[in-house]
Design a protein around this ligand. Structure first.
Ligand code: ADP
Ligand code: MG
Length: 445
């Protein structure tokens, strides 16, 4: 648990320090204990201890205070079990390793991400079912399986779960999990070290390729090409390919057409943001895994009030909450949630008004309020205006007349037409939906 908390601290440190500083100085530390008003941080040896105390103590205190609401003293201690490893002084450049981080039979699979630890609900049911089908060995049926959805909704978890399950059932198969970024880095490294033959050999000899975050290939011609050939080779040999992306293929900008079309050969499955009920189920499951006691009432409160719809953030909040509770030695209650997670909660008192909606629409489209309310008919104004009308109706339930009045006295049939226009497209145009979601989020801040 403490190590999870340290990961959260590391994430917060990313705002203030370069990845190298974090890698060199903060990664080797861990939280040893949290008692009274002192946090004990364990350093591998005296060298780290002195360095951190001299340079980073104040920043660490500030992070605990600003990010975790923990006002405390920090003591750096030296850990016994780690002393052996690190007698040499760390060298900043030593942290830059070759991107080839695995060899031979390594699968890169994360053992934690299994189907058993994945909570299934309406938002991810379809992707989950498709993943299970592939994991059961129905290889050719859904090839490629393309799973897409927003950040932190479980794509990486699911793709590892497929790998773990297949590994368990068919231990002889060659399975490889790789993110498109790691693939790109490895390719660049192989080009530089003139080992492209090995690279190709490795990728074209796989039974199950789990390729994460394909959207990052967009615009990268050389790695797209390598991936394209890898894809074709594996596909022709009837090997299974599973791909994830934050958008569906048609929405990924700058993706080569030939890849786009291949992605739609198999099955496209989406993951949507979780509902409140699903969030409750995830909170209860995760807290059980993390050995934290959270009752149903607190779980429901968190699910309803935490900002955002992202499961990664939900887990981050749980870790913070648990750290706060450990530190103050208090059980987790709604009151404790309010104290420790204030910044992460929706402000219920943000009152949505017609002004705030019009403001939010203008700021999203970078328009002047005067223009939005004007009679201008060009699309750059009329489209945002229709969206504003739609949201006014949706959020405030204003009458057509009242909405018309907001826009310089337009008649109700114009308003109705605008609202219907948006309404009819919203389910079929993900981009439109995402614009409206984004404006709604702004309203709730
Ligand atoms: P993505 O790849 O879509 O950005 P991840 O798979 O990395 O998201 O998920 C973020 C975190 O949330 C991970 O810790 C993952 O284990 C957890 N998670 C996501 N969806 C679920 C779920 N349905 N049940 C349990 N944990 C989940
Ligand atoms: Mg991911």
């Amino acid at each position: 648990m403490e190590s999870n908390f340290w990961d959260e601290v590391l994430k917060s440190l990313e705002k203030s320090f370069s990845p190298q500083v974090i890698q060199t100085w903060f990664k080797p530390l861990k939280i040893n204990d949290m008692r009274g008003d002192v946090i004990f941080i364990e350093a591998p040896n005296k060298f780290y201890k002195n360095w951190v105390e001299d340079k980073y103590l104040e920043e660490l205190k500030k992070i605990f205070k600003d990010e975790f609401n923990i006002f405390s003293d920090i003591k750096v201690i030296i850990g016994n079990e780690l002393t052996k490893q690190t007698n040499e002084t760390p060298n900043e450049s030593s942290s830059i390793k070759s991107p080839v981080t695995y060899q031979g039979s390594s699968t890169n699979l994360n053992k934690q991400h299994t189907f058993e630890s994945f909570v299934v609900g309406p938002s991810n049911q379809f992707s989950h079912a498709a993943a299970i089908a592939v994991a059961e060995g129905y290889f050719q049926t859904y090839n490629p399986l393309f799973i897409y959805g927003g950040v932190g909704l479980g794509k990486t978890h699911l793709i590892h779960a497929i790998g773990n399950k297949i590994l368990e059932k068919f231990p002889k198969l060659k399975i490889l999990y790789i993110s498109s970024e790691a693939f790109t880095n490895e390719m660049i490294y192989s080009l530089k070290s003139k080992s492209m033959d090995n690279f190709r050999e490795k990728y074209r000899n796989i039974d199950l390729l789990l390729f994460d975050d394909v959207q990052f290939l967009a615009g990268k011609t050389r790695s797209t090409e390598e991936f394209f050939y890898t894809f074709n080779t594996l596909y022709d040999m009837q090997k299974q390919i599973v791909i994830t992306s934050d958008k569906e293929p048609s929405e990924i900008p700058d993706l080569e057409e030939r890849l786009r079309s291949r992605f739609s050969w198999g099955l496209l499955a989406d993951i949507q943001p979780p509902s409140v009920d699903e969030k409750i189920a995830i909170i209860l499951k995760k807290s059980e895994e993390m050995n934290i006691y959270i009752n149903n009432e607190v779980a429901a409160y968190l699910a309803e009030n935490l900002k955002g719809n992202n499961i990664r953030d939900l887990i981050g909040a749980l870790i913070r909450l648990n750290a706060f509770s450990t530190f103050h030695n208090k059980p987790i209650s709604i009151d404790l949630v309010k104290k420790s997670l204030d910044k992460f909660m929706l402000k219920k008192d943000t009152i949505v008004t017609s002004e705030s909606i019009i403001d939010a629409v203008c700021s999203y489209f970078n328009l002047k309020i005067g223009d939005l309310k004007s009679k201008k008919r060009n699309k750059s104004v009329s489209f945002p205006r229709q969206i504003a009308m739609y949201i006014l109706r949706d959020k405030l339930n204003l009458s057509l007349q009242e909405i018309g009045d907001e826009f310089g006295g337009r008649d109700h049939s114009t308003v109705l037409h605008s609202i219907n226009n948006i309404q009819s497209k919203i389910d079929n145009e993900p981009e439109l939906k995402s614009i409206i979601n984004s404006i709604n989020r702004k309203l709730n801040k």
